[in-house]
Design a protein around this ligand. Structure first.
Ligand SMILES: NC(=O)C1=CN([C@@H]2O[C@H](COP(=O)(O)OP(=O)(O)OC[C@H]3O[C@@H](n4cnc5c(N)ncnc54)[C@H](OP(=O)(O)O)[C@@H]3O)[C@@H](O)[C@H]2O)C=CC1
Ligand SMILES: CCCCC/C=C/C=O
Length: 333
């Protein structure tokens, strides 16, 4: 008999998530039926999107999310016992999966070999966040050698990869992050300049950016929105490109008012586009293979902030939302 533990969303989020929003429950699972397999979670992801996305789920729903899991029983030849999968199974330790019943974007897939690198990268640089960086930056910013690229949320799972890809493409890269330690790590990764936005504050941000990007900004990869993005928009160059990936500065708060940016779009002929990474589902493995190749070539580094224990999922989630992670926030069961 297999008993799964699972985190249920029991109260709508208001502001930063709190203990009262979550409840840990247990459920006895049946044996896998024909075509099904049993997946035992090894690493679970905590990601910013879970905060806004849960607003469209009713209370009583399982918390959503991806995981790397081991197949421990199977009646599906394509998913043999002993292999590892990535799946959007939610915050649960064990899952009975029928891969054919998961639709399009959410289909589980066998984890490719990462060589000497840990399987946890399957929820990080070699999974959804890495692909967000790879496709969201290259396809929408279309960087050219010598251009200045600014990345907000730069020391996180997505931003740290975007900045390194920008360096691979020969750009000057400015990273914006929330602590001196994070900024130091970014400079070790090769970022040319960094801004600790918490230290310079909203009033000092424009001047700090001018110093870090004296030739203006050609590409902006936006993970945060709010006043940081308003200030970057004001320093864009002619024909600049802006890839809007996320707006974490307002996931827990009411939306902030920023001044009307439209003028910049007209007179600098800017191009801004938002995206959801699943747009590139058909090219998913291309992103993973290329990021792994860059890791193997020593051009792409990663860091993970690993929290031990499935019971710590809510804590790890809140910690990530408030800047407790450097690189990818992961929970190890
Ligand atoms: N469009 C898409 O398909 C996808 C979008 N995303 C988005 O990308 C962004 C980054 O995600 P991910 O890399 O997984 O997360 P991160 O690993 O970057 O973790 C979140 C980070 O956000 C920063 N942060 C929190 N509050 C603020 C704030 N008020 N202002 C600025 N920064 C803040 C914190 O770093 P710090 O210490 O620097 O403040 C924190 O560590 C998010 O907006 C997310 O929603 C992610 C995946 C897919
Ligand atoms: C299946 C996960 C998709 C995540 C998209 C994220 C959007 C914003 O954070």
């Amino acid at each position: 008999m297999v008993v799964t533990r699972k985190w249920i969303y029991v109260k709508p989020f208001e502001g930063l998530p709190k203990d009262e929003n979550f409840k840990l429950e247990e459920e006895v699972l049946p044996e896998p039926a024909d075509n099904e397999f049993l997946a035992e979670a090894e690493f679970l992801s905590v990601d910013p999107y879970m905060r806004p996305y849960m607003a469209s789920y009713p209370v009583g729903s399982l918390m959503i999310g991806g995981q790397v899991a081991k197949i421990t029983a199977s009646r599906n030849d394509s998913f043999p016992v002993g292999s590892y999968v990535f799946g959007n199974f939610g915050w649960r330790t064990h899952t009975i999966v029928n891969p054919d019943k998961n639709s399009g974007d959410s289909k589980p897939y066998l984890l490719p070999s990462f060589g000497r690198h840990p399987r946890s990268l399957g929820v990080g640089v070699l999974g959804m966040p890495g692909n967000t960086a790879y496709f969201g930056f290259l396809e929408l910013c279309r960087p050219k050698e010598g251009e200045t690229v600014v990345v907000s949320g730069a020391a996180g799972a997505v931003g740290s990869v975007v900045g390194q890809i920008a360096k691979i493409k020969g750009c000057r890269v400015v990273g914006i992050a929330g602590s001196d330690e994070k900024c130091e790590w970014l400079r070790k990764l090769g970022f040319d300049a960094t801004i600790n936005y918490r230290k310079v504050g909203q009033d000092g941000f424009g001047a700090a950016l001018k110093e870090a990007a004296p030739k203006g900004v050609d590409c902006y990869f936006d993970n945060v929105g709010g006043y940081i993005s308003a200030a970057v928009l004001g320093q864009m160059n002619l024909y600049g490109r802006i890839s809007v990936c996320g707006t974490i500065s307002n996931y827990n708060d009411a939306r902030v008012q920023v001044s009307d940016p439209q003028r910049e779009f007209v007179f600098k002929q800017l191009c801004q586009e938002g995206f959801i990474v699943t747009r590139w589902t058909k090219r998913w493995m291309e992103g993973i293979v290329q990021n792994l190749r860059w890791i193997e070539e020593g051009k792409l580094s990663y860091q993970e902030t690993i929290t031990e224990g499935f019971e710590q999922m809510p804590k790890a989630f809140v910690s990530m939302l408030t800047g407790g992670n450097t690189g990818k926030a992961v929970v190890k069961v």
